[in-house]
Design a protein around this ligand. Sequence first.
Ligand code: PCD
Length: 780
Amino acid sequence: MGHGPMLRKEDARFVRGRGRFVDDVRLPGMLHGAILRSPHAHARILSVDVSAAESHPKVRAVITGETLAGRGLAWMPTLSHDVAAVLATDKVRYQGQEVVFVVAEDRYAARDALSLIEVEYEPLPPVIDARRALDPDAPVIRDDLDGRADNHVFDWESGDAAATDAVFASAERVSTCDLLYPRVHPAPLETCGIVADLDRITGKLTVHATTQAPHTHRMLYALIAGIPEHKIRIIAPDIGGGFGNKVGMYPGYLCSVVGSVLTGAPVKWTEDRSENLMSSSFARDYHMHGEIAATKDGRILGLRVRVLADHGAFNGTAQPSKFPAGFFHVFTGSYDVKAAHCRVTGVYTNKAPGGVAYACSFRITEASYLVERMVDVLSHDLGLDPAAVRMANLLRPEQFPYACATGWEYDSGDYPRTLTLALEMAGYDELRREQAERRAAYEATGRGSLMGIGISFFTEAVGAGPRRTMDILGLGMADGAELRVHPTGTAVLRVSCMSQGQGHETTFAQIVGEELGISPDDVELVQGDTDQTPFGLGTYGSRSTPVSGAAAVMVARKVRERARIVAAAMLEVAPEDLEWHKGRWQVAGDPAAGRTIAQIALAAHSDLDLPDGVEGHLDATCVYNPPNLTFPFGAYICVVDVDPGTGQATVRRFVAVDDCGVRINPMIVEGQVHGGLADGVGMALMELMAFDDDGNHLGASFMDYLLPTSMECPSWELGETVTPSPHHPIGAKGVGESATVGSPAAVVNAVLDAIGVRHADMPLTPAQVWRAVQGRPIRP
Ligand code: PCD
């Protein structure tokens, strides 16, 4: 009834242009906000003169850092134990930082008024290169923090340092490599936006916002702005992509709320593209020094990593783990290593804050890239085939549940089977033969292209999360679900998570349909409205299926059990005599005697005499506390052609075998994988948040920050294995971020394999590849 490749219900409105996004919300008397941003990366604010802006005929309010300071709102807590400026009062700390918020009658007037504001700055030397941030003479960025004399944010380590050192000391082979996972941006097609409306009479704040986590935002407004939580309603309408960019709290949101408080009218604020790219949460920016210890025949023994993490001007990482580097310590990946240790040092720089999990469960992309590059570096150094090295070191099925060297418990997996399938689909041996021929031809003639084959085997950890390791501001990450079956047998499910394009209206209806034996078309999903949905912390870290999805299963099963009692009364048998078969409760041994959910629902609302203690109607609620994360995994093989003359790399083929346990909607899963693979190609070859020495942002439009299009993507070749999660009620694991995590290393490994270079950093633009080629004598 339920699971299967059903077309997406929500597409009926999306393909007709009938979606309703935040910018489509127009309320009576609505005003518009605009933000004046800092042109400097680091400067002291000497004065802010807003008098001319205030006398603009259409301006209704001008909010400065001082206005906010008067209300105790100039700074806000971040989700990572830091504070971030809402509007700058003392200094600006990155280019694009919010300085003044103007509220006007229309969007154009608000923007015009920005040019009437005079801010006097005293420029200060900026810290742009994270590797210089801890120099003794580096300017101190966070002089707002008491007693802060340097740009240090945190030091954190995981794993057994002594055991790892011992493994390294006795290893036959140690390979090392410095790698950068550059700063990139989630860049959702819809930028961030809000309409804040404080009703002065009822005191109720209604917020329409692009938020992946409506209930978390409600709590944050309550904590930061002091508005009672029951007087706040957050509505997330349709969202045009989130990718982690829409998890956190941004200054524009709080300023819009304050704007509504001051004017008594609704205030809309919508970012433009440059604002989104310059000021909202970035991702990655990890400088990693990796070391891998092995035997001379390629048995991996240990991993050691030092990371310098660039956190920008405020530690605004929106991640729910109890570790400052998120889940980075899953960096042992898919391999059975004896010991591992990582040390991460976070630093402040004069760049935008963030460090969000752009399509990755909190730093797993960095971790996965690191280990998958290190395995290739080791193979390169030992002259071994990277596929063989992986196969020899993968965890074996009998090792699950597997406790990794840094303390995570992987739930289930059959890794060799998945890699074998990917190698078969790719025709690996044949590809290697073709590669050798091409190389020989190139070396003989100096013409033609080179070909590379890159492999990556990733393990993700998704579905935040168990209370042991995760919380948001002290709150556990349980998700509620409420299910009601109407008298005529159709149902409505209410959940706390929020789709941003993943198709939850379809898949959650499928979950309920499967459990109740009704059509998914008869199940409506209510999401994205805190007044209408149970509590839960939102959608990110591919947690909707592992957590809210599990809640949906459990609540449907509760309803099914209630239905059993009603059916027993209808059939005049004991509930124990009934069995659930093909979507109905029927009498064991008498299959003709049975009742469907629709029949039972009607009876539950009727005058049927229900057994004592059984209430009428057919509904239930539940709260699901995830016992562990789910660990999806996959084997990716990328084939590239590289023109050594121009450095241009073209992805010719990409084979992706994903295992996310049981698939609810295989078509949606494939769509998720397609998106993530495109993300990976983009990061590996094109995407970069670059800055010049003065901290000027060099990627503030899609002309400079290059996103992949269908032109850069091959026709993806997907495969599937199914290893159910043992602790998820239907064995499903999350998948939304898998491909973004697994694919960058495959592409990079392929390009470097083509040109025979040990390592070069992403993005492997033509210029970068060309330089790497020059550093290596292809023809002696
Ligand atoms: N599924 C199925 N089966 C399985 C799994 C899954 O079917 N086994 C499906 C579901 O249901 C959904 C999807 O698929 O519908 C997904 O899911 P998941 O994995 O659970 O996830 P979610 O939670 O829902 O979501 C989230 C993700 C993330 S996280 C991200 S980034 C991205 C992804 O998702 N984002 C996005 N994807 C996507 N897509 C789209 N379209 N859009 C977007 O925005 Mo973060 O942390 O936030 O960074």
